[in-house]
Each structure stands twice: as structure tokens, then as C-alpha cells.
Ligand binder design. Structure first.
Ligand code: NAP
Length: 268
């Protein structure tokens, strides 16, 4: 029997939806299990889905996610709060349909030699708490540039519409297995020079960032923050793991981008 978990943000609208979900799941004789779910329904926004992703990070191989948005439609959230009955019907007729997206593999090496692996759904950024970040950037172990500026943002295709977009990165189709590196306010003048545009690397390539000053670095992985640790290097590549979503309906990626950012209507 398929086990269903619910991960809700604490807001009143989300709590109402999650309570309605719980009683309808019981009424359909589906099994509620937040510890070991096959399907994990998040209730809130894209931020809630990001939190759920990290909460269930160790169980990714087994879980399919479903996102209900209690506000506008999101990038990871295909369902609206008033569609609970339709969703329950889809769950009752589930036949394992799914779609999966790439994740970002992060390997941090600290100055004491310790290493830490992390996984991002949207992106990871590397910045300096105060002042300009100075860092050597390597692609496949080959020095690419000396970066000076606020920081660098390394994102997945589905994360390309988040922080990456604010940093001037390209929106990347969720059907591509690539990693994008975008600059956050780089300094470019006659003395300092970076490429000045985002780059996109293939699954066979990796990027390593080595801050020149080891103190006061700030590294993020989605909403998680690593600070007050001396980071020697961070290596980014496409992960072997992916996130899966139960695909009961298909919202075309570019339609979602257009509706979320432009809201264009055809002219008759
Ligand atoms: P938040 O600062 O409360 O919200 C960030 C916003 O980004 C929310 O509106 C969220 O949508 C939206 N969002 C999240 N993932 C997205 C995606 N893949 N595509 C498009 N929009 C997306 O933080 P949060 O909710 O905890 O989310 C963390 C994310 O915030 C980070 O992963 C990063 O991408 C983003 N962020 C962006 C900036 C920036 O653009 N300058 C700065 C810091 C962090 P919902 O309203 O549906 O939750």
C-alpha cells in the first residue's frame, strides 16, 4: 500500500489544507506515513518544498514529491490549495508516473582538511561576509579566472529561475543535465577581469572555487548556510542523485516561466 507523507509550512492557510488532506487520505483508505513516505506532499510554496527536500534528503531514491501552493503557482508546486479533491483522486489512481530533475553535488574542503558533502535543489552560493570575495575559479582543475566581487552562484536547471536569475543568469530548461555558474556583482575594470557572463557546464565537467582569503566566507546550499568555517575550496558538479516528482499532470516548463515572470496574454 502506497504511503503518503505531508510536509506543511506553519501558516494558517497551509495548516488548513494539510488538515483537509489528512482527513481525505484517511477517507480514501490511503496510508499516512511521514517517516517513510512513497509520496511526500508539501503544502506552502517553493520554499516549503526546498525545506522538505532537505528534510528527506537521505530518502530521495524512494520518494516522489508533490507540491501544493497556497499562494500563486510555483516552480516545484503544480497544485493549488483548492485542488485537494483532484489530487486525492490522482493519488488513488497512482501508477508510479514521475518526472525527475538534476541536483547539485557540493564538496566542501575546509582548511583543517575535513570534507563535507551537500546536495542542493536550487543552488549554492559562495560569498564573503564582509568586503569583496577574491577567489580562484577552476573548471576541470584548469584555472579559469580570478574572481573579484560579491560572490558566485552555482545552480541547477530548476534553480535557474531563483537566485541565479536575479544574478543575471540564464533560465535553463529543466530537461538539461547541466550546472550554471553566474557572477554576483563582479568587479570588472582595467585591473580586474572576470568573464562577465554566466557559464554552463556539462555533466562531465566540474567547477572548483578556492577563496583566496579563508576567513569570513559564507556558503549557502538552498536555504542552508555554512559560516564561520575556513573554506579552502568548494567543488560543484551534477549529482548522480535526482529529485522525482509524481507527475499526475504536466505543466510545461516554459509556460510556467512565462506565466511566473511575464504574465503575457495574446493580442487578438
Ligand atoms: P525566501 O527568501 O523566503 O524566498 C525566495 C523566493 O524564491 C520565494 O518567492 C520562493 O517562492 C522563490 N523560489 C524558490 N525556489 C524557486 C525556484 N526554483 N524558482 C523560482 N522561484 C523560486 O527563501 P526561501 O523560500 O527559503 O527560498 C530559498 C531560495 O531563495 C534560495 O534557494 C534562493 O534561490 C532564493 N534566494 C534568492 C535571492 C535573490 O533572488 N536575490 C536571494 C536569496 C535567496 P515561494 O514564494 O513559492 O516560496
Amino acid at each position: 500500500m502506497m504511503k503518503i507523507g505531508i510536509f506543511s509550512n506553519p501558516g494558517s492557510a497551509s495548516t488548513r489544507v494539510s488538515n483537509a488532506l489528512k482527513s481525505k487520505i484517511k477517507a480514501e483508505h490511503l496510508v499516512l506515513d511521514n517517516d517513510d513516505p512513497d509520496i511526500l506532499i508539501t503544502v506552502g510554496g517553493d520554499g516549503t518544498l526546498l525545506s522538505a527536500f532537505h528534510h528527506y534528503e537521505k530518502q530521495l531514491a524512494k520518494i516522489r514529491f508533490v507540491g501544493i501552493h497556497t499562494g500563486h503557482l510555483g516552480f516545484y508546486t503544480d497544485w493549488r490549495d483548492y485542488e485537494v479533491d483532484e489530487l486525492i483522486d490522482s493519488l488513488a489512481h497512482d501508477n508510479g508516473q514521475s518526472v525527475s530533475y538534476p541536483l547539485l553535488d557540493i564538496l566542501i574542503e575546509y582548511s583543517d582538511g575535513k570534507k563535507q558533502s551537500m546536495l542542493a535543489l536550487n543552488e549554492s552560493t559562495l560569498k564573503k561576509l564582509t568586503g569583496t570575495m577574491l577567489a580562484n575559479v577552476y573548471i576541470k582543475d584548469q584555472l579559469f579566472e580570478l574572481f573579484r566581487g560579491d560572490g558566485l552562484c552555482v545552480s541547477t536547471p530548476t534553480g535557474s529561475t531563483a537566485y541565479n536569475k536575479s544574478a543575471g543568469g540564464a533560465v535553463v530548461s529543466s530537461e538539461l543535465d547541466v550546472v550554471q555558474v553566474s557572477e554576483i556583482a563582479s568587479i570588472n575594470n582595467r585591473v580586474f577581469r572576470t568573464l562577465g557572463s554566466p557559464i554552463i557546464i556539462s555533466p562531465q565537467e566540474w567547477v572548483r572555487i578556492e577563496p583566496v582569503e579563508l576567513n569570513e566566507n559564507l556558503m549557502t546550499c538552498d536555504q542552508k548556510v555554512v559560516e564561520n568555517r575556513q573554506i579552502k575550496s568548494v567543488t560543484y558538479r551534477i549529482s548522480k542523485q535526482r529529485i522525482a516528482f509524481a507527475q499526475y499532470r504536466h505543466t510545461q516548463f516554459w509556460k510556467r516561466v512565462s506565466e511566473s515572470f511575464i504574465g503575457v496574454k495574446p493580442v487578438d
